[in-house]
Design a binder for this molecule. Structure first.
Ligand code: UDP
Ligand code: MG
Length: 339
């Protein structure tokens, strides 16, 4: 039977927060009065998260599926792994740390009932560190200026996608991606609603400053070539100005004689140009690196096993799949010996 709603939740080292999540999520979904499934994806957790998810699967096997990744693939690829296992007409994504209230799901569903195929959300009164909020504001602004993606609050992962959008996303094979932006490119009727936001109750954010920077580069390079074009334009302008400077200095040399005092100005200009060049090279590197990863065509994630109940009796399929096997049909694969 196909459920009406699939809820996708990425889990990375959330053992302490998961019971709290179950306590609020399932009642909120039961209250919707629709058929649903919850697809958890364990993103290579090193703690007891898999065991906690398995207990929950055994408690509610009818509405719970657990996709277990062999290694940490990152939040966005983990969500894509879960997307491949969803069946609902509406797919809702949610963080596991209860920063997105599960009670808001009904409002996303209502918006989709009215015809939206992409429901974005804006966090009202966002409960995160000051520097995170400021950095997000800056990145939102840069993205608005460089891509055609119109999302007010790109970082909020409580979102709703129609089946048609998820199917389109499932056809994409890019290695580095940003799920809301990717889905947005396939949406025909995107809407945004405001949702509440809570502080993380248990555990810490799984994003370091470094991984946040990586994520934003994924977003920029994945959906825009503006940074590359920006550098060709700026490079040309700077080259012209430098040429002008050389001409002026040459003329000055002939008329006034060589200058010695201006030495440091020249240094400053030279360092500035070196800086610009290095940054420009770095931007090219960001694209080249991603192209390299893409042409290798390695699997983007490996599913170690799936807990699901298709026949009415709970079954456990736990397989160690060799990398590169068709992970969508693990049931046909005998341990370590593919057909
Ligand atoms: N997450 C994940 N893989 C990762 C990092 C995070 O699946 O590599 C999950 C995490 O368990 C949580 C969600 O993504 O459910 C959001 O992570 P977090 O709350 O740490 O991010 P923040 O709220 O600080 O942006
Ligand atoms: Mg969080």
């Amino acid at each position: 039977m196909t459920p009406a709603i699939s809820v996708v939740i990425p889990v990375y080292n959330e053992q302490d927060g998961l019971p709290l999540l179950f306590d609020r999520l399932y009642p909120a979904l039961d209250a919707l009065g629709r058929t649903y499934e919850v697809v958890f994806v364990d993103d290579g957790s090193a703690d007891r998260s898999v065991a906690v998810l398995r207990e929950q699967f055994e408690r509610r096997p009818d509405v719970t599926r657990v996709v277990i990744l062999a290694r940490n693939a990152g939040q966005h690829l983990a969500i894509l792994a879960a997307f491949a296992h969803t069946r609902g007409s509406y797919v809702i994504t949610l963080d596991a740390d209860l920063q997105n209230p599960p009670e808001e799901i009904q409002r996303l569903v209502a918006a989709m009932d009215q015809g939206a195929d992409f429901v974005g959300t804006i966090r009202v009164d966002r409960q995160d560190r000051m520097w995170r909020r400021q950095a997000s504001r800056l990145m939102n602004r840069i993205r608005e200026g460089t891509t055609s993606i119109r999302i007010t609050d790109q970082g909020c992962m409580l979102r709703g996608y129609h089946r048609s959008v998820v199917d389109a996303v499932n056809h994409c094979t890019e290695v580095s991606t940003y799920v809301p932006a990717l889905a947005y490119t396939f949406a025909r009727h995107p809407v945004e609603i405001e949702v509440g936001h809570a502080e993380r109750t248990v555990g810490q954010s799984k994003y370091s400053l470094y991984s946040l920077i990586r994520l934003n580069f994924d977003l920029m390079t994945g959906f825009s070539v503006a940074p590359l074009q920006f550098f060709s334009v700026v490079g040309a302008a700077i080259a012209l100005i430098s040429l002008l400077l050389v001409v002026i200095l040459l003329i000055r040399r002939v008329i006034v004689g060589p200058e010695a005092q201006g030495l440091f100005t020249l240094f400053a200009i030279a360092f500035f140009l070196i800086g610009v060049t290095l940054f420009g090279l770095g931007v090219v590197g960001e694209y080249v690196g991603r192209i390299y990863e893409q042409v290798r065509q390695r699997p983007r994630y490996t599913v170690a096993g799936v807990l699901e109940d298709e026949s009415g009796t709970a079954r456990l399929r736990h397989l160690e799949l060799p990398v590169g096997l068709d992970v969508t049909q693990p049931a046909r694969i005998v341990q370590g010996a593919p057909e």
